[in-house]
Each structure stands twice: as structure tokens, then as C-alpha cells.
Design a protein around this ligand. Structure first.
Ligand code: ZN
Length: 258
């Protein structure tokens, strides 16, 4: 592992590594894996620790199937507050740099743990949201999903008469099988370079992704404020705010790789 505080030398060294990959630029497959750290620069709280407090409840007491069963009104009130908060914020240069990389046909997939939809708002296309999307609600009875464009003032109801729930993965729930299978496929078979951005490396099964990619021969570059449990297997670790480091890295990469 080589830890750097700037991206200058990394891009040059990365290009040397890319040359070793027996593919030309058009076949090179870059995958990004993002976590809450990428949205920090947009002012989105992480909902862990003191960030997660709302009316003296913490996220662990609200983001569970039990909490929703007990008091759906309260849970929706919390989600409405969060949706309003997110709508007030904008994607930051880190989100936009991944869009640029995708438009340059270098980024193949973007796997995110975030539910804030900021990658969509930054116009990224091939997004795999492993933990759902806070702007989507689903009916557990009939399976219908709807998008919310603003914070609901009342818990949204399904046409079938059932109350919808936020389409996010709550504590204690398993991930959507179809989505997680797709993510495993991408990580295992379509990834020459994995950019791991702002993820703690603690939430499973996503925390395993960099290890799987590494086993399959991918080159791993981590962008984070600090070291994480992933850092020791990363080929490069770039410390700093991703809205600065990733944006600079992508600009330099696009400039040289053309
Ligand atoms: Zn329904």
C-alpha cells in the first residue's frame, strides 16, 4: 500500500499499472464503490453517532422493520425530514467526477451504499444502489414502487390500500437478492480498477467487495479521510476530502489517458 496526500504522482504511477493490464483503453473497466463519505462534501449527515440524532431518537431506533411496525407515522416523519434535508443539498465535485468518468466510457458501474440519490442527480447512469433509495417507497403487499419528488406530509399509501414504506434496507434486513447478485457479478467479472470512495469498509456484504475484486486481480485505489479496514489491500490510498482528491484524480486521468 502506498499512501499519498496528493494525486499527482498516483496518476502517473497508475498509468504504468494500467499499461500492464492487457487491454486497451476502450476495454478497460473501472468500477466505483461509494459510501457516505462521498456525500459528506454535500453536507449530508451520515446518520451514525450524533449525526443520526433526530428528536432524541437515533437511527438504530427508527431504521428497522420493528420501528415501522410499531409506529409507521413516526418513521415516515423521520424520512420526510431526511428527504427534505437531502433536497436542500447538491451533488459535489466527487459525484460529478464519476459522471465524467462514465461519459468518457471508462467507468462501467457505480455501486453505492448511499440512499441519497445524489449520483442520479449528478447524472450518473449505471448505478447499483445496494441499500435502496430514500426517494423511493414500496408496497410490501403488492410490490409496487413509487418515486417521491418531495418530502411526504403523510405516510404515502398504495393503490391497494396498504401503507408504503421507504425502499431502503433497514438494520436487520437482507439486501435485495437481484441487486446484490448484480453487484457481485460486476465486482468479480467486470472490474480492472476499483475506486473505493468514502466507505468505512465496515458494512457487509459491501465491505467484502474490495477483497473480491483484489482476488480477481483488480487494482484498488481508495479515497478516504483516514485509513479503513480496506486500506491494507489497496494499491493506492489517497487521503483527503473526495470532492477534492477524486475530482483532481479524474481530471488528471482523463487528461492523460486520451
Ligand atoms: Zn400495494
Amino acid at each position: 500500500m502506498r499512501t499519498m496526500s496528493t494525486t499527482e504522482t498516483i496518476v502517473t504511477q497508475l498509468l504504468e499499472e494500467i499499461k500492464k493490464i492487457p487491454k486497451n483503453k476502450n476495454q478497460l473497466q473501472i468500477v466505483a464503490l461509494t459510501g457516505s463519505g462521498i456525500s459528506k462534501g454535500s453536507g449530508i449527515p451520515t446518520f451514525r453517532g450524533k449525526d443520526g440524532l433526530w428528536k432524541n431518537y437515533n437511527a438504530m431506533d427508527l431504521a428497522t422493520p420493528q420501528a415501522f411496525k410499531r409506529n409507521p407515522q413516526l418513521v415516515w416523519e423521520w424520512y420526510a425530514w431526511r428527504i427534505g434535508l437531502i433536497l436542500d443539498k447538491e451533488p459535489n465535485p466527487a459525484h460529478y467526477s464519476l459522471t465524467k468518468l462514465e461519459e468518457a466510457r471508462l467507468l462501467k458501474w457505480l455501486i453505492t451504499q448511499n440512499v441519497d440519490s445524489l449520483h442520479y442527480r449528478a447524472d450518473s447512469k449505471n448505478i447499483i444502489e445496494v441499500h435502496g433509495n430514500i426517494f423511493r417507497a414500496k408496497c410490501e403487499k403488492c410490490g409496487v414502487k413509487i418515486m417521491l419528488d418531495k418530502a411526504p406530509t403523510e405516510p404515502p399509501m398504495c393503490a391497494c390500500g396498504n401503507m408504503l414504506r421507504p425502499d431502503v434496507v433497514w438494520f436487520g434486513e437482507s439486501l435485495d437478492q437481484v441487486i446484490i447478485t448484480k453487484a457481485y457479478e460486476v465486482i468479480s467479472n467486470e472490474c480492472d480498477i476499483l475506486l473505493v470512495i468514502g466507505t468505512s469498509g465496515l458494512v457487509y456484504p459491501v465491505a467484502d467487495f474490495p477483497f473480491i475484486a483484489k482476488d480477481r486481480g483488480a487494482f484498488i485505489i481508495e479515497f478516504n479521510l483516514d485509513d479503513t479496514p480496506i486500506s491494507h489491500i489497496a494499491d493506492f490510498v489517497i487521503h483527503g476530502k473526495s470532492e477534492e482528491t477524486l475530482a483532481k484524480f479524474v481530471d488528471e486521468l482523463l487528461e492523460i489517458i486520451d
